[in-house]
Design a protein around this ligand. Structure first.
Ligand code: PLP
Length: 449
């Protein structure tokens, strides 16, 4: 805080002297940065505006909506309208990664959000939650439902007539737009998705086929957000889903933590001071990894270690946290181009909300070269028969980087616990990527192995 008041302007040279790893970051090198501003999680959580009760409230809302989701999306019938993904061990991938670095002990799991129903990415958590929150408010304000009602009422034609009077807008690199668009359109909301012209063609096509209005911009993702936000501000019947500032997105993601804790328990995986949990989360603006980190720290305290993973070309959250300037810095201020094939992570400016809330909670941030994302994509496909989009592989790079960070492990008293550790790479998307596109990702990765 003090620091950002004292230093009014962006002074890259001064920062380079203070933070030596900044030079490596500016040369697009892979780094693992450990958070010097991290504090004891109980102290941080105590002071936060968002509380555990907010997560409980979000969880309850998702439960109220379950009958409605089951109605809209038959693929969720089996889980009773709850949108969740499996947690699975990936021992063959672990072996392969160890072959290329060193044995890291403990066990490696994949949280398969690439398989989340409805929109096939982690955005099915935050994005859909925010749409539900809006739908509930509209329906309650109209006197159409009470919170004690069966929410499958909201999947009816009469409900649709109410929702049609309202609209949703979002600026998105793709997956958030897909989630808001597919869910919003189901209710009957008029939905506009503001996208960079460089976003994947299939995503634009899919959205348009559901009646979503897709507006394209020449600039990058942050420009699309800014323009979309300005347009929506003049329309009182329009709700803008603000990826850079939304509490609802953040809380929607945070619900994943308790769901994961339940899965760990079902699989008899222990988490305590002798059995630390390491979670590696691909990071764009920071909302998804931030919300999940917030939720996990509430449950596991300092026994969970959360690492965010970003592309070397777009380390926006890393730069925001390292300098303490959060959304006041963009990767362009450091001469970085922000260009990456990991389109879910191609973000030049981080979320200020996330930097300020989870800044003191996150253990560190690491960066990954695009080529490594592709080679791991092919490796995961070969070893585990799982195919994910490039962004979703970022977390997997973290395990070997962390395990070779001897001094940090030593300093945190973790060295002796590593054989009993659980590592979870969060797989954030991919099941909706068309086969031909996925095949070309795979071929690119295989040629790099
Ligand atoms: C959006 C996204 C992320 C990261 O989420 P943020 O909230 O932007 O940090 C990670 N992976 C994929 C595939 C995504 O679409």
């Amino acid at each position: 805080m003090r620091e950002s008041q004292e230093r009014e302007s962006i002074d890259v040279d001064a920062w380079c002297r203070t933070y030596p790893c900044l030079r490596e970051i500016m040369q697009y090198q892979e780094v693992i940065w450990f958070n010097q501003r991290q504090e004891k999680s109980s102290v941080v959580l105590e002071k936060m505006v968002l509380k555990r009760s907010d997560i409980v409230d979000a969880t309850a809302r998702l439960t109220r909506f379950a009958p409605c989701i089951a109605e809209f999306f038959p693929e969720t019938l089996e889980s009773g309208g709850i949108i969740e993904s499996p947690l699975r061990p990936i021992p063959a991938m672990q072996k392969e990664l160890e072959k290329h670095s060193c044995a890291f002990g403990g066990r490696l799991y994949l949280k398969c959000d690439n398989l989340l129903p409805v929109s096939g990415s982690i955005k099915a958590r935050g994005g859909i939650y925010e749409v539900l929150k809006v739908a509930e408010k509209v329906a309650l304000d109209a006197g159409f439902i009470a919170v004690t009602d069966d929410y499958s009422l909201l999947a009816t034609e009469e409900a649709r007539k109410i929702f049609e009077k309202f609209s949703l807008a979002v600026g998105s690199t793709g997956n958030l737009g897909l989630s808001i668009g597919l869910m919003g359109a189901r209710f009957g909301f008029r939905v506009t998705v503001h996208m960079a012209a460089t976003a994947r063609t299939w995503k634009k096509k899919l959205l348009r086929s559901h009646g979503v209005n897709v507006v394209e911009y020449d600039g990058d993702y942050s420009d699309a957000v800014t323009k979309g936000r300005a347009l929506a501000a003049n329309d009182s019947t329009c709700h803008f889903v603000d990826d850079e500032n939304s509490r609802d997105l953040f809380l929607g993601y945070s619900v994943a933590a308790q769901r994961l804790a339940d899965q760990l328990e079902e699989q008899n995986i222990m988490v305590d001071s002798e059995h630390p949990l390491f979670v590696y989360l691909p990071c764009g603006v920071g909302g998804a990894p931030g919300g999940i980190c917030f939720g996990l720290k509430h449950i596991f305290g300092d026994n969970v270690h959360c690492f965010f993973a970003e592309p070397t070309h777009a380390p926006s959250v890393l730069l925001g946290l390292l300098t303490g300037f959060n959304e006041k810095v963009s990767v362009h201020d450091f001469g970085l181009d922000g260009v990456t094939e990991a389109d879910g992570l191609a973000v030049s400016r981080p979320s200020g909300l996330v930097g300020r809330t989870v800044g003191p909670l996150v253990d560190g941030v690491l960066t990954v070269d695009d080529n490594r994302l592709f080679s791991m994509l092919a490796m995961l496909s070969d070893r585990e028969l799982i195919r994910m989009e490039p962004s979703a592989l970022a977390g997997l790079a973290g395990i070997s980087m962390l395990c070779s960070s001897r001094s940090w492990l030593e300093k945190n008293g973790l060295t002796d616990t590593m054989n009993a550790a659980t590592h979870i790479a969060w797989g954030t998307g991919g099941s909706m990527v068309p086969d031909d596109e996925m095949e070309s990702f795979y071929q690119k990765g295989a040629s790099l192995l």
